[in-house]
Design a protein around this ligand. Structure first.
Ligand code: NAD
Ligand code: UD1
Length: 335
């Protein structure tokens, strides 16, 4: 198929674009490079043995989008482009509504105009409310607690309304839990800009000597070791989940929502142990009070995706840590 990938130069998009190239699809990447480097695209060409077409374009530029999608006669679109920092969304909400909501709205208008009605959207487990008890199934109440989460839920709602209005749409909304890891080659992975807020990139910064110690936020949660538990999912499993969702859309119209997670909760201390084991290095940490806004436990009920997509996340926490460390060691300053 001819598939457009918005945000395809970024962390998750680059891994999925590679998987699509390896499946034999023609891939057209649209990314404004606001949070990524075009070098990721050279790396995926190297790994796939062929290249994606790349346009440095903003998804809010409807005219350019229309031209690109028409020119390549795109048949399906995977929509990763957007901003993703919870903290930044609290301090600068309008950027999030502009990039994520307005950007998606413009994109959907162009898709509708071009009769291109096959779409996969990157949503997040952050749409589940903090008052929900894990595991989260797709029908759990939705109540995001920050502008980033609101922006994801708004786009989800647009997609549900579109599918209700026109039965020709084929849409998969994928709610990722906590993506982690990197391609096993060490050629592509996550390159955080600035000081990371998330556990995995910060822990990698400690392992590589950039930060003196990990700050563990909370040791009194009602979890087995008192630290927060999350559902970390290997980015390679996430990629195969997109390939499976795309395959499923060939057979089923309508709007389908799937959690992409392993369903296995791991604590912050489990992550520390795994990193120490795979790197052979000490990961010093200090125990601090809880971080405001954090929940004790967030993990998926992954059964719907497993049944409907015939897909399952298979890679272990150790593999995530080993592959992420491999990428960091080989690319200490990013791309
Ligand atoms: P990323 O920042 O690495 O990738 C996003 C890409 O989109 C970047 O390459 C960026 O340059 C591009 N982009 C941003 N705004 C754009 C715009 N207006 N026009 C064109 N390109 C634009 O992030 P990621 O981790 O790969 O996340 C991909 C998607 O998955 C995002 O939508 C994110 O919200 C969602 N998601 C990510 C996580 C996570 O933890 N990484 C979790 C759940 C959901
Ligand atoms: C965060 C976002 C969530 C987003 C997800 C993407 C918040 C409140 N939530 O979720 O919306 O979808 O990232 O992956 O930001 N931790 C530490 N020390 C650190 C960093 C984190 O102890 O330096 C702990 C946290 O308290 C938590 C766990 O590690 O228990 C995971 O944190 P993080 O990686 O930030 O992910 P989430 O909080 O799940």
């Amino acid at each position: 198929m001819r598939i457009a990938v918005t945000g395809g130069a970024g962390y998750i998009g680059s891994h999925v674009a590679l998987a699509l190239l390896q499946e034999g699809h023609e891939v057209i990447i649209i990314d404004n490079l606001s949070n990524s480097s075009a070098l990721s695209l050279q790396r995926i060409s190297l790994l796939a043995g062929r290249s994606a077409v790349f346009y440095q374009t903003d998804i809010r530029d409807s005219e350019a989008l229309r031209r690109i999608l028409r020119q390549h006669q795109v048949e399906a679109l995977l929509h990763f482009a957007g901003l993703k920092s919870v903290g930044a969304s609290v301090s600068d909400p309008l950027s999030y509504y502009d990039n994520n909501v307005q950007g998606s709205l413009r994109l959907l208008q162009v898709l509708q105009e071009l009769d291109l009605r096959q779409l996969i959207f990157s949503s997040s487990a952050t749409v589940y409310g903090p008052q929900q008890a894990a595991p989260f199934a797709e029908d759990a109440a939705l109540a995001p607690s920050n502008p980033y989460g609101h922006s994801k839920l708004m786009v989800e709602q647009m997609l549900r309304d579109l599918c209700a209005a026109d039965a020709r749409w084929r849409v998969a909304i994928l709610r990722y839990f906590n993506p982690a890891g990197a391609h096993p080659s060490g050629l592509i992975g996550e390159v955080p800009r600035g000081i990371p807020n998330n556990l995995m990139p910060y822990a990698l910064g400690v392992l590589s000597g950039r930060y003196p110690q990990l700050r563990i936020f909370g040791q009194d949660y009602p979890t087995p070791d008192g630290t927060g538990v999350r559902d970390y999912i290997h980015v390679m499993d996430l990629s195969s989940g997109h390939v499976a969702a795309l395959r499923q859309l060939q057979h089923r119209a309508g709007c389908h929502v799937f959690n992409l997670g392993t369903g296995r909760p791991y604590s912050v201390l489990d992550v520390v142990d795994a990193f120490q084991k795979v790197s052979g290095r000490a990961l010093p940490y200090v125990l601090l009070p809880r971080r405001p806004g954090d929940v004790a436990a967030s993990y998926a009920d992954p059964r719907l995706a497993e049944q409907a997509l015939a897909w399952r996340a298979e890679r272990s926490l150790e593999m995530m840590c080993a592959d992420a460390w491999n990428f960091t060691e080989h690319n200490p300053d990013g791309y």
